[in-house]
Design a binder for this molecule. Structure first.
Ligand code: PA5
Length: 476
């Protein structure tokens, strides 16, 4: 059975358990009354209508992605097949939304030691995502790949991001010097069809190019060619991912808030912010979902962290996203979550059926403090630890909720990514902000241009030069 069967799709439903956000479990001061949805009926309905009316328009073009990519998917699958035949490595050059999604899906759906597997077991290229401009990282990459056997995918929506273009310049120079005219066969561009420099370069260099639709911003781009091409190269079922997103889209467009997990979660997060809970912790209990937390941090942080609302009023809203990994961070961060300030909402992600079962071996029978583990599985242990953390947080009156995935597969990952995107859209509508811009990121980008003497940024450079100089007395 697969995603084409309605029964299977229903079995793959994600479950949002928000009991521990409610006053019944964490008390009146930290939690919400069961009447919260009724009391906020108008507020919820306003946000719902904003999202509904803007679907497919402006920067909400990403809501069309589960529906309108049949031809693109064919091209991606064809291209991916050729890449798999010819290359041993696939390297994404990009940053932010152009890198976090491919990394998250790679980690979720490939072998956890994919790049370390021998080729006979791996069967598809290794994946590297160059999400930085650390010179040591670039140098390390070049130490481990054979350029003759590597296909690069430069991804930038704006076609102007300094980090990505710097990576591109370095790699294209190496490709041209080693491979001459064949360099273009080793580089694929993913960018806007109309805007930016990469499209001009791609045309001039005659590069195979995939397009990022205008209404799809970086952090909402995993389900377009940005994420679909790297996933397809890795042999991930991208049609199933899109089917999962479509399935979740239907659920998240349910007008009845009590049947709409994105709307429930958005409301409880926004009301929690009003109660001073300014931190959103994302804590999956699965190594495969580790980088979903990184991806979420960009989505939630960049979308909701805004200085002004849609009426131009200063609001300085947002929740600081924090990534954690269960159970690893139980031994690092949970002390703070349970006993520190009441400023967090903690999202735990659980997996019902892990893709493998591992038994804990027998031994140490004479030491009961160790032997109690024997005969159990790591699956039971990780699940018990998630439940135990949930219990410990709840008894300490810490707001937490849990999303359960029946299993980790391409369909459920499509569902999960889309659920978070819809939750973000609803939360932004409730906060009355522009969820889809990132003026704060642009600020940093522009200052970098100015420091590098880019034409058109002379004024920014002058402002930076006139900024107060650092005082020697504050260095130590
Ligand atoms: O969400 C966004 O739009 C940004 O964070 C971008 O993903 C990031 O700045 C990279 O931009 P680009 O894809 O234009 O290179």
């Amino acid at each position: 059975m697969n995603y084409k069967s309605a029964d299977w799709r229903d079995k793959m439903n994600l479950v949002l358990d928000y009991n521990n956000m409610m006053a019944d479990y964490i008390g009146d001061e930290q939690g919400f009354s069961s009447t919260v949805f009724e009391e906020n009926k108008k507020f919820i309905s306003k946000a719902y209508n904003i999202v509904k009316e803007n679907r497919g328009k402006g920067m909400m073009g990403w809501t069309d992605l589960p529906y309108n990519q049949n031809e693109i998917v064919k091209d991606i699958l064809f291209t991916a097949k050729n890449i798999r035949k010819k290359f041993d490595n696939f390297v994404v050059l990009g940053i932010g939304g152009s890198a976090l999604g491919p990394t998250a899906v790679f980690q979720a759906l490939c072998h956890l030691r994919h790049n370390e597997l021998p080729k006979s077991k791996r069967k598809v290229p290794k994946l590297y995502v160059e999400d930085n401009v650390d010179p040591e990282r670039m140098s390390a990459l070049l130490d481990v790949i054979d350029i003759n056997k590597t296909c690069f995918n430069v991804i930038t929506k704006s076609g102007a991001t300094s980090e990505t273009m710097a990576q591109y310049l370095i790699i294209m120079d190496i490709l041209k010097s080693k491979l001459g005219d064949k360099a273009k066969d080793h580089m694929i561009a993913t960018t806007s069809m109309t805007k930016g420099n990469l499209i001009k370069i791609a045309k001039a260099e005659n590069l195979k190019t995939f397009y990022i639709p205008d209404g799809v911003g970086g952090r909402f781009s995993e389900l377009c060619p940005v994420g679909l091409l790297p996933a397809a190269v890795l042999g991930i079922d991208i049609k199933a991912m899109l089917a999962g997103a479509k399935h979740m889209d239907k659920i998240c467009m349910n007008k009845n808030v009590l049947e709409n997990p994105a709307l429930i979660s958005a409301l409880l997060q926004v009301l929690s912010m009003e109660k001073g809970k300014n931190v959103s912790v994302m804590m999956p209990y699965a190594d495969s979902l580790k980088y979903i937390a990184d991806w979420y941090c960009q989505l939630w942080g960049e979308s909701l962290g805004k200085a002004v609302d849609n009426d131009g009023k200063e609001v300085f809203v947002g929740q600081t996203p924090v990534k954690a990994l269960g159970v690893t961070d139980q031994h690092s961060q949970v002390q703070l979550y349970r006993e520190g300030p009441f400023d967090k909402v903690i999202t735990l992600i659980g997996v019902k059926n892990y893709r493998t079962t591992f038994e804990i071996s027998k031994g140490c029978e004479d030491i009961p403090d160790v032997s109690f583990l024997c005969g159990h599985t790591l699956n039971e242990l990780i699940t018990a630890e998630r439940e135990a953390t949930e219990y410990a947080l709840t008894t300490a009156k810490r707001a937490n909720h849990t999303i359960i995935l029946p299993e980790v597969n391409a369909f459920t990952i499509g569902e999960l990514l889309y659920l978070f995107e819809m939750e973000t859209a609803y939360a932004g509508a409730m906060l009355n902000i522009n969820t889809f811009n990132q003026p704060g990121v642009e600020g940093g980008k522009n200052a970098t241009y100015a420091l590098f003497g880019k034409k058109g940024y002379e004024k920014t450079k002058e402002e930076m030069d006139n900024a107060p100089k650092k005082n020697q007395k504050y260095f130590c």
